[in-house]
Design a protein around this ligand. Sequence first.
Ligand SMILES: Nc1nc2c(c(=O)[nH]1)N=C([C@H](O)[C@@H](O)CO)CN2
Length: 118
Amino acid sequence: MDTVFIRELAVDTVIGVYGWERTVRQTLLLDLEMAWDNRPAAAGDELARALDYAAVAERITRFAAGSEFQLIETLAEQVAALVRAEFAVPWLRLRVCKPGAVAAARDVGVLIERGERG
Ligand SMILES: Nc1nc2c(c(=O)[nH]1)N=C([C@H](O)[C@@H](O)CO)CN2
């Protein structure tokens, strides 16, 4: 299996457990690695056989824009399920970062893997 990836996708969403966080939109950064066999797309040089990272990024951005989760764990789980179901991705690794959430830390977030690499 090969990998198709998206790095530091910035999505705006309502996210957080504190009262003030329910009234603002914050930016999360997503890193996504998706298992995919790139050989058919390369052999035919055709997007139709590729895992279209632009389409995946657009879908995640749209989903996050309409969501209002408290925990980044929940957003990560939902994004992972959506990508696997809608794009037939057998395995993925997703990192969700919430920059600025802990002032003394460069970054905080969660990292999940779902599915089988095959
Ligand atoms: N494991 C998590 N810890 C925390 C989360 C979270 O989503 N997952 N969220 C918060 C607050 O919303 C925080 O980001 C506000 O700065 C605290 N801990």
